[in-house]
Design a protein around this ligand. Structure first.
Ligand code: PLP
Length: 361
């Protein structure tokens, strides 16, 4: 069996030991005589799985007791509407920083439900940096302040969080959840689609401070109200059962095999450094993001020639390094090196880039 190194931005690689465990348990989950895919979500066995998944997430992320964890569906994209529907209900205002397409989509959706303000944007330079923020420009009575923490398409990340005072900070952490320790208490709410760093597609995780639940706008559909899911412990309707089970296995992997999020960060820093150091020394390839805002998860780079870029992507694919084509809005290449990408995968990519540079001088 030849497995490739998959640099996809999402859905993306899962740890091999997780896939192996899922395979071992596929036909008969722990003596239940059924696959997790087949069992009732109301069964005792499944109740154990979803409870354990939440307990592990709380433990690994050190989520304080006054935050609820919700396992939802609809992707991070549904949160673009759920956030304003549930939170934009005091002054009806919210601040948004536009650092890429996802942040922009979140802002546009919020503008349908209230007064969404753009406090800063990095669109002037193709989102290649995180704009410097001046708290004097923030809306003092905003219901929340929204950021996209790691910008999957452009490869930027906030290394420092904006100081929003009493205004709850809300962050889309779809592409950096579980990649490093996060101080949850700095946020009013965090949300993430699971398919980048946590599980297959189908699960959306919301981590929300309790006092922010229960104030949804009157028009909010029942399924879009955080209260609905908080009251029912994420079991108001059928949850994405199998995806939650895989998330549980991924969390066990982080806890037991990796050794927690501080260790995870060390590994991710080591992988990213290998690639960025090469990009900084190469005469053919260069990263597209300003050095101080570089993401550990998504690394876009270019040669400067569309022809060479295409040749690179094609030959890399043939060498078992797949999904390196950049997002259509940036061009070039993008290597997504999430938690499950082993160091050896990044080393193989860098070796391939060195050879390609030599052969195409
Ligand atoms: C992938 C991604 C999304 C979209 O997620 P869906 O689950 O497909 O809706 C939103 N925000 C960020 C930062 C992403 O990386």
């Amino acid at each position: 069996m030849a497995r490739v190194y998959n640099f996809s931005a999402g859905p993306s690689m899962l740890p091999e030991s997780v896939l192996q465990k899922a395979a071992d348990e596929m036909l008969d989950y722990q003596g239940s005589g059924q696959s997790v895919m087949e069992m009732s979500h109301r069964s005792k066995v499944y109740d154990g799985i979803i409870k354990e998944a939440e307990a592990l997430l709380r433990e690994v992320m050190e989520i304080p007791d006054n935050y609820r964890v919700l396992f939802l569906q609809g992707g991070a994209s549904s949160q673009f509407a759920m956030v304003p529907l549930n939170l934009m209900t005091g002054s009806g205002k919210a601040d948004y920083v536009i650092t890429g397409q996802w942040a922009k989509k979140a802002y546009k959706e919020a503008a349908r439900y209230g007064q969404a303000n753009v406090v800063a944007s990095s669109e002037d330079r193709t989102f290649s940096y995180i704009p410097k923020l001046d708290p004097a420009t923030f809306t003092p009575d905003a219901d929340y302040f929204h950021i996209c923490m790691n910008n999957t398409i452009y490869g930027t990340v906030y290394h420092e969080l904006p100081d929003t005072g009493d205004v709850p900070l809300v962050a889309d952490i779809s592409s950096c959840i579980l990649s490093r320790p996060i101080d949850v208490s700095r946020f009013g709410m965090l949300y993430a689609g699971a398919q980048k760093n946590m599980a297959p597609a189908g699960l959306t995780v919301v981590i929300i401070r309790e006092d922010l639940i229960g104030h949804a706008q009157e028009i909010t559909p029942t399924m879009f109200n955080y209260q609905t899911h908080a009251d029912a412990d994420s079991m108001f309707n059928t949850p994405p059962c199998y995806t939650i089970y895989i998330a549980k296995l991924v969390l066990e992997w982080i806890k037991n095999e990796v050794g927690g999020l501080s260790k995870m960060l060390e590994l991710n820093e080591k992988k990213a450094k290998l690639l960025y150091d090469f990009l900084d020394s190469s005469e053919m390839f260069r990263g597209t993001v300003v050095a101080e805002d570089r993401s550990l998860m998504n690394v876009p780079f270019v040669t400067g020639s569309d022809e060479l870029d295409a040749k690179f992507v094609k030959e890399a694919t043939e060498a078992g390094l797949v999904n390196l084509k950049g997002h259509r809005s940036v061009g070039g290449m993008r290597a997504s090196i999430y938690n499950a990408m082993p160091y050896e995968g990044v080393a193989a990519l860098v070796d391939f880039m060195k050879k390609f540079e030599l052969n195409n001088k």
